[in-house]
Design a protein around this ligand. Structure first.
Ligand SMILES: Cc1cc2nc3c(=O)[nH]c(=O)nc-3n(C[C@H](O)[C@H](O)[C@H](O)COP(=O)(O)OP(=O)(O)OC[C@H]3O[C@@H](n4cnc5c(N)ncnc54)[C@H](O)[C@@H]3O)c2cc1C
Length: 412
């Protein structure tokens, strides 16, 4: 092993977050030496062969602000053909009073969000990475150890050693490097699993997303396949001790149970694709920055997916970090600089964590007073413009006062 190159920024992890960060830094910090290290190969030719395990059958609901960011990063043109706009949202509580209907009128005529399949999203990001001049890719290679020092951080990879002024750790929710650095976590185990699958239905979804609260837990249908689409990405939360059953039952049984919980809003549910299950917890790193180090994406905060906020928040974090780094005159790993990023982003993070956690807690509860509270909450969102606007602003990624989070990326 030989000590070789020194970089300004080293990003560890080429998941949806690390890949987007690499593009973002290339665009916003020209002239800086940037390297992305990913342990899985990113260069496989076909979508099915993408090696990263999270480039799976899931879909991601992107807030409008995220779509603008991806547009400015040059990823959206390749992604647009695979993105379905959300023009209507219906929220309902099975067997109880109250529902919420939101549409583009509540969002200045603009879509409330977009749904993209993770495989297409990953493909678009990776293609952009491979075409990105000034970015070095070390893949497949694994960072075994980080050794912080006085003038930067040494990275011991399987095949070589590097050093960087700033190491961005985006190595996922279990973050082996967070553990290696002894960074403590706040963990709240929801004792739930998200079972995901794509489901084909008799009627078109007309770009409507449904969020329904069932006795198992929240159930989301996210529209896929464009305006005429008859497929939705389903995210169904189950108690953890029953999730194995949801995975094991036959397709016919799964569809029958889903139909009972969801009803006939989309007609007969006809076909279900590959099912996958994810254990759910809230995991927050107790330190997100140290001298020369910043945690990003799932490594910094892993949220319940009920409100579709995890990636959207992570992208906003990335924009904020890029904005702070742009102002740096010297070393990008200066602690003051990284603490400034943390200070600027803390409110957005806190609000988004509360929204995701609160949504799940409110809608999983069976006690009468909680049922009453959520019925009143839904009536409030349905009938009060102020409550509805606040709710939409947060979901759309505009919850904090700063109106233009993507302004950091120069528009070409
Ligand atoms: C069921 C579900 C639904 C979701 N839906 C939404 C949604 O609708 N909207 C939304 O905004 N968010 C959603 N999310 C959240 C979203 O999926 C994540 O925010 C997103 O995947 C970002 O992940 P990441 O890149 O931080 O981590 P990961 O995807 O885990 O990537 C980490 C990467 O680091 C690599 N790696 C790890 N260790 C090393 C090492 N030592 N050296 C080199 N490489 C390494 C791994 O191979 C991997 O590629 C959902 C999450 C779940 C579970």
């Amino acid at each position: 092993m030989t000590t070789t190159s020194r970089y300004d920024i080293a990003i560890v992890g080429g998941g949806l977050m690390g890949a987007a960060l690499a593009l973002l830094f290339c665009k916003t910090l020209p002239g800086r030496r940037i390297v992305l290290i990913e342990q899985k190969s990113l260069e496989s030719a076909s979508d099915d062969a993408l090696a990263q395990p999270n480039f799976d059958a899931r879909s991601t609901a992107l807030a409008p602000t995220s779509a603008v960011s991806l547009q400015r990063l040059g990823v959206w043109p390749a992604l647009a053909a695979h993105a379905t706009a959300i023009r209507r949202v219906q929220v309902s509580d099975r067997g109880h009073l109250g529902w919420v209907r939101l549409d583009t009128d509540s969002n200045g005529g603009e879509p409330l969000g977009y749904v993209v399949e993770n495989r297409a999203f990953a493909r678009a990001l990776i293609d952009a990475l491979l075409a990105c001049e000034g970015l070095e890719l070390k893949t497949p290679d694994q960072v075994q150890r980080l050794i912080p020092g006085r003038d930067g951080v040494r990275l011991q990879l399987t095949t070589q050693e590097l050093s960087a002024e700033l190491v961005v750790i985006a190595d996922g929710a279990d973050s082996p490097l967070r553990h290696q650095l002894g960074i403590a976590e706040f963990n709240k185990d929801y004792r739930q699993s998200a079972v995901i699958a794509n489901v084909r239905h008799q009627q078109g979804h007309a770009e409507t997303a449904f969020e329904r609260f069932t006795h198992h837990g929240p159930l989301a249908f996210l529209p896929l396949g464009g305006v005429q689409g008859r497929t939705s990405a389903v995210v169904w939360t189950w108690p953890e001790d029953q999730a194995a059953e949801a995975m094991a039952i036959s397709d016919a049984e799964f569809l029958a149970r889903l139909q009972t919980e969801f009803g006939y809003r989309l007609g007969q549910l006809q076909q279900v694709g590959e099912r996958q299950s994810y254990a759910l917890r809230l995991c927050l790193a107790r330190e997100q920055v140290r001298s020369g180090i910043v945690l990003m994406g799932n490594a910094a905060h892993f949220l319940h997916p009920v409100a579709g906020q995890g990636y959207n928040l992570a992208l906003r974090d990335g924009l904020r970090l890029a904005e702070v780094l742009q102002r740096a005159a010297g070393n990008l790993g200066e602690l003051d600089l990284l603490q400034e990023y943390e200070r600027l982003q803390v409110t957005d993070q806190r609000n988004t964590v509360r929204l995701s956690d609160g949504f799940n807690e409110l809608f999983r509860a069976h006690e009468p007073h909680w049922i009453l509270l959520r019925s009143l909450g839904m009536i409030g969102v349905e009938w009060s413009t102020t409550v509805r606007d606040t709710f939409i602003r947060q979901l759309a990624g505009r919850g904090t006062r700063r109106a233009n989070p993507w302004g950091v990326i120069r528009s070409d």
